[in-house]
Design a binder for this molecule. Structure first.
Ligand code: NDP
Length: 263
């Protein structure tokens, strides 16, 4: 029986154990997936070896420590500096980022969307903006404060703060990449900005899942199609499962089992 886990702090709310255990069971794979509340991210590597863990997911706030813990990085994880999936093979730790490809797949249904506005510029925005740009999307970032925008503008993205935003710009997809609305009732940016950009958009997406955020509520008042972060979570999990099981199973084979965690 191989052992898998999710490291994070907090981690009690995570759906990952349910998602992966349904998949192990459904696909008759000898694996067991648990959760581990880790205070100190620098201890990640020793925990994986001490507990004899075959594979792990890493969530907030340890994705950068996970990046540092690996011996070998997938080129995309290396480019974005964040790892959410680790596989131990022959005594070495291999690091991947499955959040960003998961998000890319989650928005594929909006076929006409090309110009995307990200509300937020944190870690998730960092990896997803790169994957979207590589896939041909045009990504602009709008963030509450300036500090986090620096690395994006240095990397060639168009960036704005609430104060500098040009309200005449139009976007196909508006995405809440902030944690506003997760544990509060805040919108991710001032209402007057949303009132300008929402009417011209095709749809609105939130990376938060499991609740209707104030952002999605506001988008619905404009009769816009909306989507929460559940598919992103599902797809990053399926891609991680492919790595965990060394591509023994195909994406569409894993999906129906993992989806049981969302019923
Ligand atoms: P970070 O802590 O790295 O970044 C947080 C971002 O949110 C910053 O841009 C911050 O702005 C902004 N922010 C926070 N509060 C507010 C507020 N009240 N108003 C406006 N902006 C605000 O977070 P992550 O990138 O790691 O996570 C972002 C979200 O993505 C979380 O809600 C997380 O749950 C979700 N997520 C979902 C996944 C899924 O599978 N569905 C996977 C990974 C993450 P500032 O720079 O000004 O502080």
């Amino acid at each position: 029986m191989k052992l898998f886990t999710i490291f994070g702090n907090p981690v009690s709310h995570s759906k990952s154990p349910l998602m992966h255990n349904y998949s192990f069971k459904g696909l008759n794979y000898q694996g067991c997936y648990t959760r581990y509340q880790l205070e100190d991210g620098t201890k990640l590597r020793e925990k994986i070896f001490d507990l004899n863990i075959t594979g792990a997911n890493i969530t907030v706030p340890h994705k950068e420590d996970a990046f540092k813990a690996c011996d070998i990085l997938d080129p995309f994880a290396e480019k974005v500096g964040a790892v959410n999936t680790i596989v131990k093979k022959d005594g070495k730790l291999y690091g991947y980022n499955t959040d960003a490809p998961g998000f890319l797949k989650a928005i594929a249904e909006f076929k006409d969307a090309k110009k995307i506005l990200f509300l937020g510029a944190g870690g998730t925005a960092q990896s997803t903006s790169v994957v979207l740009r590589d896939a041909g999307y045009d990504v602009t970032l709008l963030n509450r404060s300036e500090a986090r925008l620096k690395r994006f503008s240095e990397d060639g993205f168009q960036t704005y703060t609430f104060e500098t935003f040009d309200k005449e710009l139009t976007f196909d997809l508006i995405v809440n990449m902030t944690s506003a609305g997760l544990e509060d009732e805040n919108l991710p940016c001032p209402k007057d900005i949303l009132e300008k950009v929402l009417p011209n958009s095709i749809a609105c997406v939130d990376v938060i899942y499991g609740k209707e955020t104030p952002f999605l509520k506001f988008a619905k008042s404009y009769k816009k199609p909306t989507k929460d972060g559940s598919d992103m979570l599902l797809y990053q999990g399926i891609i991680a499962f492919e790595y965990f099981t060394n591509n023994k199973f195909k994406f569409d084979e894993i999906k129906p089992h993992m989806m049981k965690a969302f019923r």
